[in-house]
Design a protein around this ligand. Structure first.
Ligand code: ADP
Ligand code: MG
Length: 724
């Protein structure tokens, strides 16, 4: 060991070797002063009205805003001597001379010619249509120029801005998202002038975490992105900033989860299985799949705890989620509590209610349906029975969480397609929990155990950011006896003819078919109109020998119900429909689906639609009309597994983002990209879990800046308790 330093003496980095006085004196002193980030950016007097307005448009008001305006790409930085024909590059030069050229012919663009130079040489450049530049850029002005050198070596300026930078290195320069009125080069110059301020940006990560992950500090990361250089790898900077985003999202979700867990206890449902044991052994008309068994075990364990369950059950259409949900509800019922299932639409609620009844023949569990269509007198009756506890099980829509609905002893709530319910609705559900008894001192109410369900399974990476506040259970296995669905992409008249012939074959064999009309996102009315036209066409031409019914969103609820009921009962052969059939239809005899203009639908929508067939004993056929080259349609033809499709979908959407079609507001992160950053996300998840375990409210001094960052990104919501 080298001469050990006294414990309090500063040492050389990562050694025990003491720093002597002179070394200490020479060390750069850096005291970040975040207040300087609040300095406003130059206004119209300095930048011109257009550019100043453009900065506003981009949301850039202060130095801090500017330094958080991250580059989207990198371009080449060159010296005058290394400008390369055929290349666009950025140089830092000084103006030697500048003059406007007289216009010789009408229609010629007014031109300003300048000789500019750096230490390696000089070039002549022209500016078009900006005669005022002779005054703005007098000899001696330093300029940041983005220039294009044509194959013959002539240089034209594509963007320019005054700069205080002395020299351009060779290497790379940042390229920024720009806006009408200000280009990337101008933004680069503004950043360059403020590069000293990068050191004033805050470091929210605790040092220990940063060291463990070998991440550069935040100022260094921002510097690497804005001013890439030999010693600063922009990729390291990117990784650091991506980690921050992922850590914050995990912290926000896990903290919400922890808060709900602590907010109120839940009834402990750890009693013996009686009703459920009998039901599973004798009542259920089939054996459970392995995945269903596992789901039941997990839920049983959750319900036995005094913390409310917060679990998400993911499984694609037909994977048998309802059985699992019913088990959770019956666990409550058999221990003297109540269970409720909430679905986003009336159709779905009705479907669930019917399924549940079919799944427990012979069990005398008092159950009822409560939706917006329930008559006033029936509703009054039901509310009375819910409040008295006489009604053990209820299925319904939002109608279940209206203020006047009171449960005597609600212990388990199942929420179907939870993303279609808002936070407030979930909170309302939580508030339906039973009043606490003396034993639960400390909180007024008990919270119900909540099981969320979704038929849109997503890969773990996405689930971590979308449902990181929930435990996950996945049903992958489809119940046995299912026939696979063959899917084909069809285009052109000949294939269309063949498709109708195949449909007629199935219909003659006694099967039924869906015809799904194109999605018209802008207008449900137009979509309904198109469906009606297709309905009229089909029943007088290709399918004139069969019974065809129509269903679309513009029909009255009663008409919809009638069409559905008729089709389900076999009273119609073909259902022509809009995407309203996406959820909630179970007709095992339907074996064909034809989707018109299928490429207007997204992958998961098509997969959901397709889930309407292949539900019975017969093999099924899905015909997607659309371009053969569509990557989405090809994916559907190749894969039946929803998880695989979700993965492909994610990849395709990300490609879209990479080529710059990321819609405003659609991007969840500014830097992180999923699934590419999946490893980083897993690590962020681990760190977030550990941080909150040691410091649930992030109130320790070394976590305060992290808590601030969390509030800055996720707002006061990150501080509020999570409902349901
Ligand atoms: P999901 O809600 O996940 O789309 P459902 O719960 O509606 O699926 O189940 C689809 C169909 O499969 C229902 O008719 C249901 O009775 C049946 N089913 C569920 N589990 C099994 C199983 N283990 N074996 C056979 N059929 C099952
Ligand atoms: Mg279902």
């Amino acid at each position: 060991m080298s001469p050990a330093a006294p414990p309090s003496m500063p040492v050389h980095f990562a050694t025990t070797e003491a720093l002597d006085r002179s070394a200490l004196g020479a060390a750069p002193v850096r005291l970040p002063r975040p207040s300087r980030l609040a300095e406003p950016l130059p206004g119209s007097d300095e930048l011109g009205a257009k550019a100043a307005r453009a900065l506003e448009t981009l949301g850039l008001h202060t130095t801090g805003d500017l330094l958080e305006h991250l580059p989207r790409a990198r371009g080449e930085a060159r010296t005058v001597a290394t400008l390369t024909p055929g290349e666009t590059a950025t140089v830092v030069v000084a103006v030697r001379s500048i003059a406007s050229k007289p216009v010789r012919r009408r229609g010629m663009k007014p031109r300003v010619e300048a000789t500019v130079a750096d230490a390696t040489g000089s070039i002549k450049v022209s500016f078009f249509n900006q005669p005022w530049l002779t005054h703005r850029y007098p000899a001696g002005t330093r300029l940041l120029l983005t220039v294009r050198t044509d194959p013959r070596g002539r240089v034209s300026v594509t963007a320019h801005a005054p700069t205080d930078q002395e020299v351009a290195g060779e290497g790379q320069v940042a390229q920024y998202p720009a806006s009408e009125g200000i280009d990337s080069t101008r933004i680069l110059a503004l950043v360059g002038e403020r590069r000293e301020r990068l050191a004033d940006t805050l470091e929210p990560l605790p040092a220990r975490l940063r060291a463990a992950e070998r991440l550069p500090d935040r100022p260094a990361a921002l510097t690497a992105l804005h001013l890439p250089g030999a010693e600063r790898d922009p990729l390291d900077g990117r990784r650091r900033l991506a980690f921050d985003e992922l850590l914050l999202v995990q912290l926000a979700l896990l903290r919400r989860r922890a808060r709900r867990e602590r907010a109120a206890p839940a009834p402990r449902l750890d009693g013996q299985r009686e009703l459920t044991a009998r039901w599973l052994a004798d009542g259920l008309p089939f054996g459970l799949t392995g995945d269903q068994e596992r789901a039941l075990e997990q839920i049983d364990a959750d319900l036995a705890r005094e913390h409310p369950m917060q679990r998400l059950l993911m499984g694609e259409v037909g994977s048998g989620k309802t059985v699992v949900a019913l088990f959770a509800l019956l666990r409550a019922v058999e221990q003297g509590w109540q269970g409720a299932l909430m679905a986003p639409t009336e159709t779905l609620a009705e479907q669930h209610f019917a399924t549940i009844q079919a799944l427990m023949p012979g069990e005398a569990v008092p159950a009822a349906l409560l939706t917006g269509s329930t008559t006033a007198s029936r509703r009054t009756d039901l509310l009375g029975k819910l409040a008295s506890g006489e009604l053990a099980l209820v299925v319904g829509t939002h109608a279940l969480i209206e203020p006047d609905v009171r449960f005597a002893r609600l212990a388990v709530a199942v929420v179907d397609e939870q993303h279609r319910f808002g936070v407030r609705q979930r909170a309302a559900l939580d508030a339906k929990g039973p009043p606490a008894t003396q034993a639960d001192a400390g909180s007024e109410r008990l919270a119900p155990h909540v099981l969320h369900m979704t038929a849109t399974p997503i890969p773990r990476t996405l689930a971590l950011v979308e449902h990181g506040d929930l435990d996950h259970t996945v049903l992958r296995e489809l119940p046995g006896g299912r026939q696979p669905i063959q899917t084909f992409v069809a285009s052109g008249e000949r294939e269309r003819e063949r498709a109708y012939e195949r449909i007629r074959e199935e219909l003659r064999a006694g099967r039924q078919a869906f015809v799904v009309c194109p999605l018209v996102e802008e207008s449900e009315v137009l979509q309904a109109k198109a469906a009606r036209a297709e309905f009229e066409r089909l029943r007088t031409s290709e399918l004139k020998d069969f019974r065809v019914v129509l269903m679309h969103g513009q029909l009255r609820p009663r008409e919809k119900q009638e069409a559905m009921a008729r089709f389900a009962a076999g009273g119609a052969d073909v259902l022509v429909a809009t995407s309203v059939i996406e959820v909630g239809i179970d007709v095992p005899n339907a074996t064909v689906m034809l989707v018109e203009d299928a490429d207007r639908y997204g992958i998961s929508q098509l997969h959901q639609l397709r889930g309407r067939i292949g539900r019975g004993e017969h093999a099924s056929l899905c015909l997607l009309f659309g371009p053969k080259e569509s990557a989405r349609l090809r994916a559907l033809a190749a894969h039946g597994d929803g998880f695989e499709l979700a993965r492909i979908d994610l990849g395709l959407r990300r490609e879209g983002e990479l080529i710059g079609v990321r819609q405003h507001g659609e991007a969840r992160f500014r830097v992180a990209v999923l699934p590419d950053d999946a490893d980083l996300l897993e690590r962020a998840h681990v760190h977030a879990t550990a941080l909150l375990r040691d410091d649930p409210e992030l109130s320790q001094p070394e976590h305060v800046l992290l808590a601030d960052a969390l509030a800055a990104v996720y707002g006061p919501e990150a501080a509020a308790a999570i409902p349901a």
